[in-house]
Design a protein around this ligand. Structure first.
Ligand SMILES: Cc1cc2nc3c(=O)[nH]c(=O)nc-3n(C[C@H](O)[C@H](O)[C@H](O)COP(=O)(O)OP(=O)(O)OC[C@H]3O[C@@H](n4cnc5c(N)ncnc54)[C@H](O)[C@@H]3O)c2cc1C
Length: 365
């Protein structure tokens, strides 16, 4: 039972890694593909466009809106539309770009080259942790690899209300040290609140926010999302997506980075499998590639701290400035250029498999 590559987690990061690999690949996740959405699933429209996943898009957004206690600013993104998408359809589309085997199991950790799960042990030449903020493999190699105190926490619900813009509220009366959002998805909207300091007691804030909009909550989902960018290797492990703290501070955008770094990681691993690179050099190359992007993380981390600790008046003025020219174009260009969707590799339609054809890994009792 030895696989070329074993990947823990098959959400954005895990599927992006797998999409670049050929060989015997095992994806392990406790949930079926596309289940267990935590996210509001807002990203640049260029992402599903580039990957050939436009059928997952629920709504395109040419404007963002930022609400503060004293004003509302509209931010024009017509050059680079944002969108909201359907998590299940997106993940199923991504999974269609890989013929990896899938095992529904809980990964507990790693011992040597064996991944330990609640359904047996599985050996892999190369191991990847894409298990999100839990970092189940990385934490078992380096304890406290994903420190909880360096994470935001967010929850959201879906309500029947249409809208046009992706809206954000920076208002301490609604969520202290946090943000609230309203993301339209056609006939409905995803409405949520998050705390940058990881405060897990957000339900009363969500209730107040929904009340202010005249709405009531339905099912709630959410979780942690880290804002501490880390060295993305742990021993011989590749670590990708939220597990490596690749979610952006301030904006909380983690899907595009997970896909971008995930594909880069997958391409490097494929070269190792083809004998073009040693594992050691592959780990070094991936680490160097990821850390090359740390400037934006530092900058956004600085603005996140300012938002949490700075006087409300100053925060309001900064948001207003950022929404006007010439800063608006400058910020948007820089923000899109980082993890530019154009640099994603379109999914390989030739390897596409549908659910009926998918191989499920035999379980070791
Ligand atoms: C409320 C909320 C709203 C958000 N909204 C947005 C947004 O609109 N846009 C955006 O870009 N980002 C958003 N984010 C951040 C974004 O969701 C994450 O950055 C992104 O999902 C990271 O992808 P990932 O694949 O690294 O991790 P995840 O999507 O968290 O996936 C981790 C996977 O690992 C699996 N897993 C967990 N434990 C184990 C285990 N023990 N064994 C095996 N598998 C395991 C999970 O089941 C899951 O499939 C939001 C986050 C939250 C919490």
């Amino acid at each position: 039972m030895k696989y070329d590559v074993i990947i823990a987690g098959h959400s954005f990061a895990g599927l992006a890694v797998a999409s670049q690999l050929r060989g015997s690949i095992l994806l392990i996740d406790p949930k079926p593909i596309g289940e267990g959405q935590t996210s509001a699933c807002g990203t640049l429209l260029g992402v599903p466009q580039r990957l050939g996943l436009m059928d997952s898009v629920l709504q395109a957004h040419p404007f963002l809106a930022f609400h503060t206690p004293t004003r509302t600013e509209r931010y024009d993104v017509q050059e680079h539309h944002f969108c909201t998408f359907d998590y299940q359809r997106f993940c199923e589309g991504m999974a269609g770009g890989t013929d990896a085997q899938i095992l529904q199991a809980v990964v507990r950790g790693v011992e040597g080259d064996e991944v330990v799960t609640n359904r047996g042990r599985f050996r892999g030449t190369i191991l990847v942790d894409a298990s999100g903020w839990r970092g189940v493999l990385a934490n078992s190699v380096c304890p406290r690899y994903t420190p909880r105190e360096r994470m935001s926490y967010g929850i959201e619900t879906v309500a029947r209300r249409k809208g046009e813009n992706l809206c954000f509220w920076y208002d301490p009366n609604l969520v202290p040290e946090g943000v609230a959002w309203f993301f339209p998805i056609g006939e409905e909207s995803r409405i949520g609140v998050a705390s940058y300091v990881g405060d897990g007691h957000l339900r009363p804030h969500l209730d107040i926010f929904l009340d202010s909009l005249g709405l009531t909550k339905a099912n709630i989902h959410g979780g942690y999302f880290p804002w501490s960018f880390r060295v993305p290797t742990a021993g011989k492990l590749f670590v990708v997506g939220d597990a490596a703290g690749q979610c952006l501070p301030l904006t909380g955008e983690g899907i595009r980075p997970a896909l971008y770094f995930g594909q880069a990681c997958g391409r490097i691993i494929q070269r190792i499998l083809e004998g073009k690179l040693s594992l050691r050099l592959g780990l070094d190359e991936y680490r160097a590639f990821v850390l090359h992007h740390r400037g934006l993380y530092r900058l956004l981390g600085f603005f996140q701290r300012l938002l949490v600790r700075g006087p409300v008046g100053m925060v309001n003025r900064l948001i207003a400035l950022a929404c006007r020219e010439p800063l608006r174009s400058f910020i948007l260009r820089g923000y899109v250029a980082y993890a530019d969707p154009e640099r994603l590799t379109p999914l390989d339609r030739n390897t596409r498999v549908n659910h009926q054809q998918r191989h499920y890994a035999p379980v070791i009792a």
